[in-house]
Design a protein around this ligand. Structure first.
Ligand SMILES: [Zn+2]
Length: 189
């Protein structure tokens, strides 16, 4: 699995961050997750990016890459969680915040509970498969032995735009591929 930092990921700002408020940090880390999502899009993967942060220090990051890595579990969140756990040498990530550009699916939500992530911040809603709010409130289930605090909305417009642009381009590509197929067929006759 590719865990290398993609070239387009921004580095920490040079500005003095000592007096940053939590919303400023949230915007900063979500911007980094969005850059990772763009990397996914440029590789033909559905654009989702995630970072795991502890005390506002980056632990791990990832972008959605199931096709490239031949791995159905290679969602951005799982890639970032794996990198973070490897960095800490610990399968649990106490006091960690996971930033992701899209509402997580059931698999990723479960992985966050297993990893004891403290806080989840996601950008856009995922009406079809999102389990933080859209399909259910997974993190509020009574049987869970760990609570993840959930927030959403930071960077939502940018994340949604990236996703709709990606799917629009993919539809257009399919249309033009179909057109080419028809033209080639006609030419052969
Ligand atoms: Zn997922």
């Amino acid at each position: 699995m590719n865990r290398e930092t993609p070239p387009s990921a921004p580095t920490l700002l040079d500005a003095d961050t000592a007096d940053w408020s939590q919303p400023q940090w949230d915007a900063h880390w979500m911007a980094r997750a969005l850059a990772l999502a763009e990397t996914a899009a440029s590789l033909g993967e559905v654009p989702v990016g995630a970072v795991v942060v502890q005390d506002n220090v980056l632990l791990g990051e990832g972008f959605n890459q199931p096709i490239l890595s031949h791995d159905p579990s290679a969602h951005a969140e799982v890639v970032a969680l794996r990198a973070a756990a490897e960095k800490l040498n610990n399968y649990r990530l106490p006091n960690a915040t996971l930033y992701v550009t899209l509402e997580p699916c059931a698999m990723c939500a479960g992985a966050m509970v297993h990893g004891r992530v403290s806080r989840l911040v996601y950008a856009a809603f995922e009406p079809k498969a999102g389990v933080a709010h859209s399909q259910e409130a997974f993190f509020e289930r009574s049987y869970l032995n760990h609570r993840v605090a959930v927030e959403n909305g930071v960077g939502a417009a940018a994340a949604s735009q990236l996703l709709s642009r990606f799917f629009q381009q993919r539809r257009e590509q399919k249309k033009s591929d179909k057109q080419k197929l028809i033209e080639n067929f006609d030419a052969e006759e």
